[in-house]
Write a protein that binds this ligand. Sequence first.
Ligand code: COA
Length: 376
Amino acid sequence: MTEAETAGKGSAPSATRSWSPGLEGIVAGETALSKIDGERGRLLYRGYRIGDLVERGTYGAVANLLWTGDWEPNHRLPTGPIPAAAMTALRALPKDAKPMDALRTAVSAWGATQKLDWPPTVEQARALTSFSPSALAAFTRLRQGLEPVEPDPSLDLAAGFLYQLTGERPDGGTARALDAYFVVGAEHSFNASTFTARVITSSRSDIASAIVGAIGTMKGPLHGGAPSEVVDQLAKVGSREHAEQWIREALDRGERLMGFGHRVYRAYDPRAAALRKVAESMEHKPDWLQLAIEVEDVALRILAERHPERAIKTNVEYYAAPVLQGVGLTPDLFPATFSLARHAGWTAHVLEQAATNRLIRPDVIYVGPDERDLPT
Ligand code: COA
């Protein structure tokens, strides 16, 4: 029996048992939802390649695929209504609250208005995934002193989100670009926020509580990522001619290049490849996109030269930045928009965890003092 199997039998923790900081390399479950092949730069949702899903799918169809396992390309998912209690909570927030805090608060208030019985259902997953874009759009308008816009059920989720943000229906290309970003961000296996959602679900808590926890985890800068930092970095680089010198000096200072490197991918991140295509085909692309493409080549060359032992390639954040900016989102909305996209994966993991549930309760190695008497 391996150490991991021994642990599963509930024996007492011992200092000799292996562990790994951050659980790196530890298998913590099984999933049929997505597969990451970091060596070959592949990402599959239920076996389907991410590039094909971006080109031929929509977020509604992909969310349904994750929830049910069925590929129904015409499946639609519009944004949903905001219950009065959730709107009251959003109105009560300070205007300078972070969008991630507003989204987390709104999901919590939404959960309090629903009858979220165990086990969680596809209907619950759909309702929550539809609600959150409306809530984030409402908060964004409220903080600008504008009234929220009612959902338009004729629009798909990404287009509906943009409509509720601006009050204007987006053109087809803009809606399609954000939809592609949502597909790319929908699911990424056992990352920290998804694992949080599964831990919460494992206690037979409800789906809203699980997603509140997941949003809280994604809020941390080590996870939620910061495509906005890619924008700042390109502004500092300034021009193609200046790129080589700027990158070398930044690396000499021990800085990291934003939008490069990944814990799992050793090959080009397939999500970055898909989003680059989307960014290049956008009608309203940011004027710095061409610079980003040129700087990427220089950065990859210098990173390969500095780290011949470790493949450091472009990651999803690099080309998420021009897509999100191109559809008109301000950088402070980037992390919360990523969370909206990830709702499909989070809620699918909630359903998967519930279906084969066992309370998640790992062992720990005690490193405190031995048993002793209280001082007299
Ligand atoms: N720029 C410069 N050097 C980088 C780098 C980057 N983007 N990513 C990794 N490296 C270097 C590290 O400096 C380190 O070098 P050293 O051994 O000489 O100190 C080596 O590669 C390994 O770094 P480590 O942090 O252990 O690798 P990781 O694979 O766990 O890192 C990230 C993953 C994402 C944290 C890391 O690549 C990073 O910080 N990237 C920039 C931020 C970013 O784009 N985040 C979005 C991720 S989707």
